[in-house]
Structure formats: C-alpha cells, structure tokens
Ligand binder design. Structure first.
Ligand SMILES: [Zn+2]
Length: 438
C-alpha cells in the first residue's frame, strides 16, 4: 500500500498528552501512522501532501445513528414523540424496501464523509444493504440489524437471519465492518428476548447496541411492570455481561450509574437529538467521573437532522455547560475525544481516534482559509466552537483518501443525490407522481 507523507500540518493528535504540533509531518504506511512530528529517516513517500494552513486530526466516529433514515429528514418536525412516530416515521417505513435502505445509507455516507466521519454505529433494518454501502464507500462501521423479538419475524428477516448477518459481515471489507446484536430497547423487547439475545451475543463474541432510558415514562413503565429500572432489566437478563453500546441513557438512578460503571458499557450521548426532541440531558460529567466511556452520536436524520459530528461535539460541550451552569465543564479537547477515540473503542476500532505511531491512518484535514478559523491561538477551540463541516477538505480511512480537496472519491455523489431524493419522495407521499411538486 502507498506511503503518504503529509507536511506542514498543524496536528491535533488527541494522544495521551493531548499534544498539538505546528508545521509537522505525518508519515503513513500500510494504512497506519508511521510517525507524527518528523518522518523517519529514509521514508520515501509515493504521495506528498502539502497541508499548510490545515489542521489534521483524527476522524470522527458516530456512535449511534440510523443512517438509512435520511429519507425522512425534515418529514417529522416539531411533533411530540408519539405523533412523530405514528403519523410520520411509521407511515414512511411501511413502504420501505431494501433498495431504499441502500440509497438512504449511501446519501448518509456521502454526508458523513463530507463532515469528517470515518466510522459509524448503525441500527436499522436490511443491514446487508448498509454493509454494501460501507464496503463501497471505504468507511468503517459497526452494524446491527434492529430486532424487537416478535414471534412473526423481524423487519426484513428472522432471528436466524440476524445471526447469519453477523457471521457473514463480522470483519468484512478488510476489517472495516464490525457487527453487534441490536435489540431495540428494554421497553419494546421482553426480558426473555433480551436474555436470549445476550446469550447469542456471548456465543458469537459480539456486543449489543440498544436504546436505553430515553424518557421518564420509560423508567416509570419499567418500574411498574418489573419493579426494575431499564438498566436493572438489562443487568438481570445478562445483557451487561457482553460489551454494550447504550444510546441516550438520560434517566439514570445512582444505582444505575454504578451498574453501568462496573460493566463494559459505552454511553452514546446524542445532544442535538436530545435538545430537538426535548428529551433531557445525559449526565455525562457524572458518568465520566465514575469511569464510563461516553461517546457521541447524531441519532438518525429524522431526529437531528444532520449527521454532523462537528456539530455534535459543539452541542455536547454547550449542553453540559448550560445544564450545569458551569463553563468549566467539558473543557479542552474532551468532546473531541468523545467524538473520535471513545466512539472508535465502542465500535470495535480501538486503534482509530488518535494520531500516534502504530495507530490507524483515519484522519481528516480542516482547511483554515475561512475567516472564522483565524487567528489560531487555540486550534482545539477553533475546531469545537468555530469550524463548520464545510471547512473539512480531506478524509482518509486506513491510509486511503475518501475525500480529497472536497471531492468524494469512492461514491457517485450525483447519482446518490438523485436516487435518494426520488425514493424519499415516494416514501413520504406514497405516490411517485407527486415528485413533480418537489
Ligand atoms: Zn436511535
């Protein structure tokens, strides 16, 4: 594989010391980082990139999304949760086809690459079609086929089909695809189904990605039905005996937090979704103080509406500062670590999310030509509070450019925009003839 030398870069390494390097070199070989600072003596690159006036930093890992749901972006606005689902999302999903999932995920992949994401944890249906998009796009992903434990089968498959999906795709696309099992949530799945899923996950050697404690109503319902909180339901049924990626985790008791801290759990906070749907605030500082790995997710395009991890990092900092009435919360590069290496660890790519020798060459370049990125006193603050995804010019995964000078190299963007918009129109209108009114 090619040897690449990036020169004259300002580098946010996100290494253990949080080093920031100015006018530095990054040497890349066989998809990994060979050196940061100065290239090794005798390093002969096949490609040299001049990164003057650019920041280079690790690429983002989106720890919770439903990428194919781009088709309902802007179709379910300003509604309470029940109407949001029953009148809008379910109506659109009732005509969902595997091809819709492919093109919806392709649109998401184009958006994610443009906004600096290198890996995403995806929770949806027809995930073999999302896997195809991941393989083609060059991204990394951890994919789960969402399950409800219904006797009449899951959406688009059966429980055995989900196991087959895991066995087929785990480690596929040169190791860029990982999988987990995806029971939807403790409030939609029975305890028996959760226990069965946990046993299968342990047998397959994969984790579980699940929605958790999103509303006070869910907690009250769980207490009334089982005399247990949602976290306790997971604990009692063996779910927390395997690695767990828990989305949202907003309404947690002291005991719940202690349980999460004692197990291999990552909490995926989705701050934009939490604000937009009026859900609440994940107790991130308390969880982090107890040692819980906290990552960031966008959630699906129906509830965000962007798949923009730069925006998510900014909101992750702002929401905690406001909620805690404390400007010292989420200081320094903490939210960038949550948006990169903490997510990478949960997705099963522990060598991504840091620019150091031996780590994966998963990186982005941010063009500092825009007035909003000058002066350059504090590069980390500039990225979190001032940069926009349009400033991201280049994206690399495993030493391969997915975007170079703002041009997507692995996806046919024009065709994706066209197909995705046509299909989205059909799904929400139920009638292709109405497309003309778009
Ligand atoms: Zn979700």
């Amino acid at each position: 594989m090619a040897r690449i030398l990036i020169r004259h870069a300002d580098v946010i390494t996100l290494d253990a010391e949080g080093r920031i390097l100015r006018d530095a070199e990054i040497a890349i070989e066989n998809g990994a980082i060979a050196a940061v600072g100065t290239a090794p003596a005798g390093f002969e690159p096949d490609e040299t990139v001049d990164a003057a006036d650019h920041i280079v930093m690790p690429g983002f890992h989106n720890a919770h999304t439903h990428s194919p749901m781009t088709f309902v972006r802007g179709w379910a606005e300003d509604l309470p949760l029940e109407r949001w689902f029953n009148e809008r999302i379910w109506q659109a999903e009732s005509v969902l086809t595997p091809d819709d999932v492919y093109w919806g995920a392709a649109l998401a992949a184009a958006e994610m690459i443009r906004s600096g994401t290198v890996g995403f944890a995806d929770h949806y249906f027809y995930m073999d079609r999302v896997a195809q998009v991941v393989a083609e796009s060059g991204l990394r992903a951890n994919l789960v086929w969402c399950a409800f434990g219904k006797d009449n089968g899951e959406v688009g498959t059966t429980l055995q089909g989900i196991v087959d999906f895991v066995e087929e795709w785990q480690g596929a696309a040169d190791g860029r695809i990982r999988t987990m099992l995806g029971p939807h949530s403790p409030h939609t799945c029975s305890p028996q189904f959760l226990a069965r899923t946990a046993a299968v996950a342990a047998r397959l050697g994969v984790g579980i990605h699940i929605h958790l404690a999103e509303s006070p109503g869910q907690v009250a319902h769980s207490l009334a039905r089982y005399d247990l909180t949602p976290v306790e339901v997971l604990d009692r049924n063996g779910v927390l005996d395997v690695p767990v990626l828990a989305a949202h985790a907003i309404y947690l008791s002291e005991a719940d937090r202690a349980i999460l801290a004692s197990r291999q759990v990552t909490v995926a906070q989705c701050p934009t979704c939490h604000m937009k749907l009026g859900m609440g605030v994940t107790p991130v500082p308390a969880l982090q103080a107890m040692g819980v790995n906290v990552a960031l997710g966008t959630d699906g395009p129906a509830s965000n509406n962007a798949l923009d991890m730069l925006q998510e990092a900014r909101h992750a900092a702002l929401i905690q500062k406001l909620h805690g009435l404390d400007p010292e919360l989420m200081a320094g590069d903490l939210v960038l670590r949550m948006a990169t290496q903490n997510g990478a660890r949960a997705l099963g790519f522990p060598l991504s999310g840091e620019l150091s020798p031996g780590r994966l060459a998963d990186l982005i370049m941010i063009d500092c030509a825009a007035p909003r990125l000058r002066p350059r006193h504090d590069l980390v603050a500039n990225v979190i509070y001032a940069a926009g995804s349009a400033d991201i010019s280049d994206v690399m995964v495993a030493g391969r450019w997915l975007m170079r000078e703002r041009v997507l190299l692995t996806l046919d963007e024009e065709r994706i925009l066209d197909e995705a918009e046509r299909r989205a129109a059909r799904m929400v209108r139920g009638d292709m003839r109405l497309l003309r009114s778009y």
